[in-house]
Design a protein around this ligand. Structure first.
Ligand SMILES: [Zn+2]
Length: 178
C-alpha cells in the first residue's frame, strides 16, 4: 500500500497544480492541509490496529468518493478557502487517496470507492505495489519498521520528482502569464 509519503505528496501536488501563482510563503498551509487530507483515509488503520477492530475495516468507508466530500469541505474550511472551487480542490486531494490505492493494488486490498452503493474494495489489478503488508503481532516491530523505511525510500524517489515536476510546471505557467 502506498505510505503517507506517496499520499501526502500527491495531495500537495494537487494544491500546487490548483494555484495560479504558487508561493511557498503564501501556500505552505494549504499545502499542508492538502497533504494531510490525502493521508487521512488511512487513519482507519488506527481503528483496525489501535482499537482492535478487524483489519478488514481498512480501505473501506474512509476511502470512498462520498467520504471525500466532507473531507474536502473540512479542508476548504481549514485552509480558509470555503468556496465552491476551494471545496473541489480539497475534495480532489482527499479523493486522490482512494484513487491511488485503487491504482496500486493487485491481489489484495483496494479502496471501497463506491461505498455505500457497494462495499467492494476496488483495485485495478494491473501491477503490484511494493509488497508491504505489516501484520502487527505476527512480525517483530523492527522488521515492519525496516520494510516501511524501504518503501518510504522508493516513494521519495517516485513522488518527490512528480511533485517537483508539477512545481516547475506551475512556475513555468506563471512566468508565461507575466
Ligand atoms: Zn489507504
Amino acid at each position: 500500500m502506498p505510505l503517507p509519503i506517496a499520499h501526502g505528496l500527491t495531495g500537495a501536488s494537487i494544491i500546487v497544480a490548483s494555484r495560479e501563482a504558487f508561493s511557498w510563503r503564501a501556500d505552505w498551509w494549504p499545502l499542508l492541509v492538502g497533504a494531510m487530507l490525502a493521508i487521512s483515509p488511512d487513519f482507519d488503520l488506527f481503528f483496525a490496529w489501535g482499537l482492535g477492530y478487524s483489519e478488514r475495516l481498512h480501505g473501506g468507508i474512509s476511502h470512498s468518493i462520498l467520504f471525500a466530500i466532507p473531507l474536502g469541505m473540512l479542508g476548504a474550511l481549514l485552509a480558509r478557502n470555503f468556496t465552491r472551487r476551494g471545496i473541489a480542490i480539497y475534495f480532489a486531494a482527499a479523493l486522490s487517496h482512494g484513487l491511488l490505492d485503487f491504482l496500486t493494488k493487485k491481489e489484495f486490498g483496494g479502496a471501497a470507492l463506491l461505498w455505500p452503493f457497494s462495499s467492494q474494495k476496488l483495485k485495478l489489478g494491473l501491477f503490484n505495489y511494493y509488497e508491504f503488508t505489516p501484520a502487527p503481532g505476527f512480525q517483530p516491530f523492527g522488521e515492519i519498521l525496516e520494510q516501511a523505511l524501504d518503501v518510504s525510500y522508493y516513494e521519495i524517489l517516485t513522488f518527490v520528482p512528480l511533485f517537483m515536476a508539477i512545481l516547475f510546471w506551475s512556475r513555468w505557467r506563471q512566468r508565461r502569464a507575466l
